[in-house]
Design a protein around this ligand. Structure first.
Ligand code: ADP
Ligand code: TYD
Length: 215
């Protein structure tokens, strides 16, 4: 049986490789749930609180070799702790639905598995400083070449990770699918290689089914 939720709200995360459509789908889902009368907080990682947004600029901009995987792990964890304390947990305590574009599964993948073999350290830090897992994680799965082409089309300054290239993204896709098996009770996999509306319809069905069962 699924353990009871620790706080009255619902915590939903989106995960997937760069450019898979997480931000687009998180936004559409937030609008859909608001239209249905829910109180929704849409947020993202790294970031989501003023302090964590400052850390976001440190980790996402600049040379790909700017930080080691270990230092990144500390920075992402510090940002997440601040985000949890100041935004996520207060919103969940008020019964809101929190939709978060990436959460700890991204650290398990990017710092834990793909750039180095730090999964043990990631897990220890998570259990010391974060503990919380989402109630539901929507994994937008798709071919990395297609995702990277979409992400590159955005032309931003936050390209440090995208600059690691398709090799890293291939590892990431496989790693996310492994995580979906490891945390099967909260993960749902959605095929992201379709038009935006088709993906959004699947995401809505998945979340509405989860909410109905969670009441
Ligand atoms: P992520 O947050 O996963 O990096 P985004 O939602 O920012 O992805 O999408 C990356 C780019 O691809 C954006 O320009 C977005 O408009 C576009 N995009 C998102 N979903 C789709 C889709 N299903 N088909 C085509 N383009 C898409
Ligand atoms: P994001 O803005 O979601 O990028 P995108 O929209 O391209 O998917 O996240 C920025 C980058 O930060 C992304 O490449 C993944 C990386 N990241 C980590 O390495 N570790 C983490 O814990 C998180 C949350 C993100």
């Amino acid at each position: 049986m699924t353990p009871p939720r620790p706080l009255p709200g619902h915590f939903i995360s989106f995960e997937g490789i760069d450019g898979s459509g997480k931000s687009t789908q998180a936004r559409i889902l937030a609008d859909h749930l608001r239209d249905a009368g829910h109180d929704v907080v849409l947020t993202r990682e790294p970031g989501g609180s003023p302090g964590a947004e400052e850390i976001r600029a440190l980790v996402l901009q600049g040379d790909p070799d700017r930080w080691s995987a270990e230092t990144e792990l500390l920075l992402f964890t510090a940002a997440r702790r601040d985000h949890l304390e100041r935004l996520i947990e207060p919103a969940l305590a008020e019964g809101k639905i929190v939709i978060c574009d990436r959460f700890a599964d991204s650290t398990r993948m990017y710092q834990g598995t793909s750039r180095g073999d730090l999964r043990g350290k990631v897990d220890v830090l998570h259990s010391l400083m974060i503990t919380r897992e989402p109630d539901l994680t929507v994994l937008i799965d798709m071919d990395p070449a297609q995702g990277l082409a979409r992400a590159k089309g955005r032309q931003g300054v936050e390209e440090r990770f995208e600059d690691f290239g398709t090799g890293l993204q291939e590892k990431m896709r496989a790693g996310f699918l492994d995580l979906a098996r490891e945390f099967a009770s909260r993960f749902r996999i959605i095929d992201g290689a379709r038009d935006i509306d088709a993906v959004a319809t699947d995401v809505q069905k998945t979340v509405v089914t989860y909410l109905a069962a969670a009441r």
